[in-house]
Design a protein around this ligand. Structure first.
Ligand SMILES: Nc1ncnc2c1ncn2[C@@H]1O[C@H](COP(=O)(O)OP(=O)(O)OP(=O)(O)O)[C@@H](O)[C@H]1O
Ligand SMILES: [Mg+2]
Length: 303
């Protein structure tokens, strides 16, 4: 992972500091299964530098951005880079203090605390990923205020107070303004430093596609990255909604091509049909047609 950061051009000083952090807080063997081995790598040197520096300074991170901008990939990559066990907590409307912190349980005739993910993460020096934080109710998240600020504690009525391990950090993700999300309370937001996640660069996308599909012809890696940029531009210009701007869909389409589906049909499934509006579908098809031939076989695209 650290070699990857160097390849990406992350400053050597920062990489060294990650090494120091890892040396200072080695993870107990019993938790090593919680250290992620990432399926995808995050491409974007500036974001890496910002995120790593913030975590080194002891800050918690809030990653904000539209769908498929790599928020979860980055969060997972960060835990891997720092060599920390991680806990993934998906927040939703019914998330409450008990889901986060723990519940009373009976064992040997006595009441004890069955620790929830936040408590476990806090004690183990883990990286806690608070996924889709703005799906939860602010009132439920208020129990985390003392955990996320300088106090670094969890104080549950009836139990001992838990002091956070020095290596514990929290990384929250959110899409802003999507259906089902709420406005994040200012007091909560103030406990994070916020990174506005950019869309992947063309260069990053070519790397992603090439790593994911080693037999993809370089010319087509460029074409697909170009197609993504074309759609991006139309979105920025207001001609298209963000529905067809879907990196997951593009990767899925290439995977379908790999499995033998004709290219345009694959792109229809992965991208075009993400808009449910006939007029917009036609516009997206036109963008594809401007770049790619009418029939695209596996032999064209892969070596
Ligand atoms: N900068 C990037 N570097 C590497 N992969 C990226 C990048 N941006 C997006 N991706 C790819 O996009 C896909 C989605 O990533 P991820 O699940 O992290 O997105 P997300 O931002 O959490 O999306 P959502 O808001 O929908 O949950 C992955 O396949 C990931 O590899
Ligand atoms: Mg996500």
């Amino acid at each position: 992972m650290l070699d990857f950061l160097r390849q990406e051009g992350v400053s050597e000083t920062i990489v060294r500091e990650i090494e120091d952090f890892r040396a200072k807080w080695p993870t107990a063997g019993s938790l090593s299964h919680r250290i992620p081995s990432p399926r995808y790598l995050y491409y974007g040197k500036d974001i890496w530098e910002e995120a790593v520096t913030a975590l080194l300074c002891g800050e918690n991170l809030l990653l904000v951005g539209p769908k498929a901008t790599g928020k979860n990939v980055l969060a997972e990559n960060l835990a891997a880079a720092f060599g920390r066990p991680s806990w993934d907590v998906s927040l939703y409307i019914n998330t409450d203090a008990a889901t986060l912190l723990g519940t009373d349980t009976f064992a040997d005739g006595a009441v004890s605390l069955r620790k929830g993910p936040i408590c476990q993460c806090a004690e183990a020096g883990g990286f806690g990923i608070l996924d889709e934080i703005n799906m939860a109710k602010n009132e439920s998240l208020a129990v985390l205020h003392a955990t996320l600020d300088f106090r670094r504690i969890i104080d549950m009525p009836g139990y001992d107070r838990i002091q956070l391990h020095d290596a514990t950090r929290f990384i929250a993700t959110m899409n802003y303004g999507y259906a089902g999300t709420r406005e994040l309370n200012e007091a909560l937001a103030s406990r994070f430093v916020v990174i506005d996640m950019p869309a992947i660069t063309s260069e990053g996308l070519v790397k992603l596609l090439t790593r994911e599909f080693p037999d993809l012809r370089p010319a087509y890696a460029e074409q697909f990255a170009g197609l993504f940029q074309d759609i991006q531009k139309k979105c920025d210009g207001g001609e298209l909604s963000t529905k067809p701007l879907d990196l997951r869909g593009l990767v899925a389409a290439v995977r379908l091509m790999r499995a033998g589906l004709e290219g345009n049909r694959a792109l229809e499934l992965g991208i075009v049909n993400k808009s449910f509006d006939d007029f917009e579908k036609q516009l997206v098809s036109d963008v594809i047609r401007a770049r790619l031939p009418e029939v695209l076989t596996g032999a064209d695209v892969f070596v």
